[in-house]
Design a protein around this ligand. Structure first.
Ligand SMILES: Cc1cc2nc3c(=O)[nH]c(=O)nc-3n(C[C@H](O)[C@H](O)[C@H](O)COP(=O)(O)O)c2cc1C
Length: 169
C-alpha cells in the first residue's frame, strides 16, 4: 500500500478477532520497530511481547478493557532512560525514541492488515509488577496486536493551517 494511503487508513482498533498472528507477520512488525531511528542510535528500549491467552486477569490489571484482553498479543514498549541520548540541557530523548519505535511497529502492522491501538492510560505500577520490570526500565506505551474486528471511530484532524506555522511562531 502507498505510504500516504497507509497513514490515512491506520486507525485505533478497539475490537479484535481471536485469530492468532502468524509468526512471520509478528517478526515483520518487530523488525520494523528495530529499524526505527533513535537519538544517536542509542536504541534505549525493550519491547515485551505478551501472548494474552490465559492472562486476562493480569492484563485487566494493566488496562481494563474487553478489547485489550481479547487481542492475541499485546506489545509493551519500555524505555531505558539511562541508556538514552541526553541533550546539553539534560533533556532525555528516550520517550521520543520509544514513540518512533512504536510508530514504526504500528504502521508496519497496519500495512499487514493487523490492528493496533496506542495505549498510554495503563496502570504503570501493575505493569511493572506483572512484567517483572527492573529499576530503570519504564513502560511508556503499549498496543494490542491482532486482526481488527471494530470500525474506526471517525476521528478528525485539525486542518494544516491550525497546526503549521512558517518561519516563526
Ligand atoms: C501516546 C498515545 C496514547 C494513547 N492512549 C490511549 C489509551 O490509553 N486508550 C485508548 O483507547 N486510546 C489511546 N490512544 C489512541 C488515541 O485516542 C487515538 O490515536 C486518537 O484518538 C486518534 O484516533 P485514531 O488512532 O483512530 O486515528 C493513544 C494515542 C497515543 C498517540
Amino acid at each position: 500500500m502507498d505510504f500516504s494511503q497507509l497513514v490515512k487508513e491506520r486507525y485505533s482498533v478497539r475490537g479484535y478477532k481471536p485469530d492468532p498472528i502468524e509468526d512471520k507477520k509478528l517478526q515483520q512488525v518487530l523488525e520494523a520497530a528495530r529499524q526505527a531511528p533513535t537519538a544517536a542510535n542509542m536504541q534505549p528500549f525493550q519491547l515485551i511481547v505478551i501472548h494474552t491467552e490465559g492472562r486476562a486477569a493480569d492484563l485487566r490489571r494493566i488496562y481494563d478493557r474487553d478489547w485489550f484482553v481479547s487481542a492475541p498479543l499485546v506489545i509493551v514498549g519500555c524505555n531505558i532512560p539511562s541508556k538514552a541520548w541526553i541533550r546539553d540541557d539534560k533533556a532525555n530523548y528516550s520517550v521520543v525514541d520509544i514513540a518512533i519505535v512504536m510508530d514504526h511497529l504500528i504502521l508496519q502492522a497496519a500495512a499487514l492488515g493487523l490492528g493496533t491501538c496506542w495505549i498510554g492510560a495503563f496502570n504503570a505500577q501493575a505493569t511493572r509488577q506483572i512484567l517483572g520490570l527492573p529499576e530503570g526500565v519504564d513502560p511508556i506505551v503499549m498496543t494490542p496486536l491482532g486482526y481488527p474486528d471494530a470500525p474506526p471511530r471517525g476521528t478528525e484532524r485539525k486542518p494544516l493551517e491550525q497546526l503549521v506555522r512558517y518561519e516563526r511562531w
